[in-house]
Design a binder for this molecule. Structure first.
Ligand SMILES: [Zn+2]
Length: 81
């Protein structure tokens, strides 16, 4: 399922495939962030290039899962970044 490009300003891939977040991915995200993400389902997407997890409507980035630069695991986006 292809979606419009990732909203992350750090993402350099203009047309990387954007996937729906899977239950397995959601399960790996800590409870505090997961509750917020779950509230935005099913509009939550996962960028195949930068691993950003975000909502399409409204556009908000929650964080990154297994980012190539930051490393494995969950890295939440800071509220003021
Ligand atoms: Zn991206």
């Amino acid at each position: 399922m292809r979606r419009k490009a990732c909203p992350s300003t750090d993402c350099s891939a203009a047309s990387a495939p954007q996937w729906s977040l899977t239950a397995g991915q959601l399960h790996r995200i800590p409870e505090a962030s997961r509750a917020l993400i779950d509230a935005h389902m099913p509009a939550v997407r996962y960028c195949s290039y930068c691993q950003a997890i975000y909502s399409m409507d409204p556009a908000v980035i929650f964080g990154w899962l297994d980012n190539n630069v930051a490393g494995a695991g969950w890295r939440p986006k800071l509220a003021d970044s």
